[in-house]
Each structure stands twice: as structure tokens, then as C-alpha cells.
Design a protein around this ligand. Structure first.
Ligand SMILES: C[S@@+](CC[C@H](N)C(=O)[O-])C[C@H]1O[C@@H](n2cnc3c(N)ncnc32)[C@H](O)[C@@H]1O
Length: 299
């Protein structure tokens, strides 16, 4: 299993000044995933200790195996970055805090996790299946058509959000459950007019799947809580680097960084405009096409 780390050189560029520091430098990789960022940091910066956080236990065990050679400089913790204020209080302060939001390739490609519109599996989509949150299938069963339409529109920008939501509700009234990714994809395909599907240039279910995933994992709420806790975990002179993949996420990061600089006097925004991958990276790695990196330096 591989996950090509997005904007890796750019992330590493913001961490480069740490190489001038001696021992005791701490980095938080708040979205450990398959350990791509952590591995590069541990290799390039020998004096640095990395704490990797992820809400997905399979990401934790994969990375512990991949990065075992760096122990004790590397340690992994299972948990949500939205809870890091309490979870990591005793590990702070960090000299760099890095977040690569969204899902990993491992989550996307394993059919049984239910994230993928390309592989049939249970409609689950929870990054932490042990956390007690409802699955995507349960959300479709539970929420009314109005709320489902809001989710599909707000988090996915899906123009047929109301029609899809109404159809889900109609299926439910007939006593039919939508339990697999394949069933949900078929419903969306049936509903979207063929010429619209042809013109979309993306898989017809992509937007709705993304929207449900954001909702199921409360991704925007997690991001807000993480940003509230971040300054409290940052050392003097620390850098925060956040890579996001959705305009709603990028807007939240942009506004929070600006408030830290202008209203709270916590330091300075290092990226007036977000850094985006070049053509070469987006051609090589489809996932990178929507990535935006923003960085902040604490004073
Ligand atoms: C894009 S991947 C990170 C990939 C990593 N940078 C690499 O190079 O391998 C995002 C990871 O963040 C995790 N994640 C997403 N939201 C999270 C949250 N609120 N708390 C903790 N981990 C989260 C996901 O489970 C996933 O493993």
C-alpha cells in the first residue's frame, strides 16, 4: 500500500529551519496516514522527534511498522486532532505542527471501508470505525430529505442534491435500505441525466460521496476544534503547515490564520496565497489537483 505524499517538498521547505536546531525539537504530524510526511521528516531532520496522530487505527499500525526503525524518535498516537488540546497536552509544545487533511489512499482503496465509489463495499466511510459515530448508510436512513440535500449541496456542491435526497427518502419509505456503495452509486447514476453525467468530467458519484464523508467524519468541526487548540500546543517560533483539499476547509484555515495574525498578534502568515502543486505533481498524482497549503509562523 502506498500513498504519494502531496506537496511533500513544499511541506519540508517550511520545516527546513529545524535542521539548525539541536536536540529536543518536536514535530506533530497530526494526520499520520501511511507515514509519508513523518518518514521524510525523520530522515531529513535527525535531531527531531515526531509524534504521529491519526483517528484511524489501521493507519497507526501501518505507520508503526513502516517507521519502526525510527523508534524512539517516532511515536504514534490514536485519536482525533479535534481533541488534541487535551490528548497531547503533556506532549507539547511542538516546534512544527503539520496536517494533511482528508483521506488516505489506504482508506480510499479498501472496499470494505466504504469510501470508494469505484469498489463495492458496505457504505461505511468512518475514518474511525470504533468511535461510535453512525455509518454513511445509517446517515442515509436517519436524516430527512432536507438535511440530506443540504449535506450533498454544502459539502459536495452537487447540483442534483435535492433530487438525490428525495430519492433516498422514497427508497426508505418503500422499506428499501441503501447499504452498499454499489447500491448508492447505482441510485445516483439512475437519477443524473446521461448528458449531465457525460459532461461532468468526474465520476457522477464523486461529489455526493465526498459530501457524505465530510459529514460522517465531522471533518469541518474537527478542523475548527484543531485550529482552536493549535496555538496552545505551539512553541515560540513554531510553524504550522496545513494542506487541505476542499474550498470550505481552505477558507476556514485562511480566516483562522488571518485572525491569529491581525486580531490576536500570534505571529505571521507565511503564505499570502496558498501554495498549490505544479502541473507535474497533479499529472502524477490525481489527488493533488485540489491541494492547497497554508503556513503560519508563531512569534
Ligand atoms: C491524506 S492522509 C495523510 C497522509 C500522510 N500525510 C502521508 O503522507 O502518508 C489523512 C489522514 O488523516 C487522518 N485524519 C483525518 N481526519 C482526522 C482527524 N480529525 N483526526 C486524526 N486523524 C485524521 C485520516 O485517517 C488519514 O489517515
Amino acid at each position: 500500500m502506498t500513498h504519494e505524499p502531496v506537496l511533500l517538498q513544499e511541506v519540508m521547505g517550511f520545516l527546513a529551519p529545524l535542521s539548525e536546531r539541536k536536540d529536543g525539537v518536536r514535530v506533530l504530524d497530526g494526520t499520520l496516514g501511511l507515514g509519508g510526511y513523518s518518514e521524510s521528516i525523520l530522515e531529513a531532520l535527525p535531531g527531531v522527534r515526531v509524534l504521529g496522530l491519526d483517528r484511524d487505527l489501521s493507519a497507526i499500525s501501518h505507520s508503526e511498522e513502516r517507521l519502526g526503525r525510527f523508534v524512539p524518535r517516532f511515536r504514534a498516537v490514536h485519536g482525533r486532532f479535534g481533541a488534541m488540546g487535551t490528548l497531547l497536552r503533556d506532549e507539547a509544545p511542538f516546534d512544527a505542527l503539520v496536517f494533511d487533511l482528508g483521506v488516505s489512499n489506504m482508506q480510499l482503496t479498501e472496499a470494505e471501508r466504504g469510501f470508494s465509489f469505484q469498489h463495492d463495499g458496505p457504505l461505511d466511510m468512518r475514518m474511525d470505525p470504533h468511535g461510535g459515530a453512525p455509518t454513511a448508510a445509517e446517515v442515509l436512513m436517519r436524516e430527512g430529505a432536507g438535511e440530506l440535500a443540504r449535506i450533498f449541496w454544502e459539502y459536495g456542491g452537487e447540483r442534483y442534491s435535492r433530487q438525490i435526497a428525495a430519492r433516498v427518502e422514497a427508497e426508505r419509505r418503500r422499506g428499501r435500505r441503501i447499504e452498499t456503495t454499489g447500491q448508492f452509486v447505482a441510485l445516483i447514476r439512475e437519477l443524473l441525466p446521461a448528458p449531465v453525467q457525460r459532461k461532468m468530467g468526474i465520476h457522477p458519484a464523486r461529489r455526493v460521496f465526498q459530501a457524505l464523508r465530510i459529514y460522517v467524519n465531522d471533518e469541518l468541526g474537527e478542523l475548527e476544534s484543531m485550529l482552536s487548540a493549535l496555538p496552545g500546543l505551539a512553541a515560540k517560533g513554531a510553524v504550522a503547515v496545513i494542506v487541505s483539499y476542499h474550498s470550505l476547509e481552505d477558507r476556514i484555515v485562511k480566516h483562522r490564520f488571518r485572525a491569529w495574525e491581525k486580531e490576536e498578534g500570534r505571529g505571521r502568515v507565511l503564505t499570502r496565497h496558498p501554495i498549490q502543486p505544479g502541473e507535474e505533481e497533479t499529472e502524477r498524482n490525481f489527488k493533488a489537483r485540489s491541494a492547497k497549503l497554508r503556513a503560519f509562523s508563531f512569534s
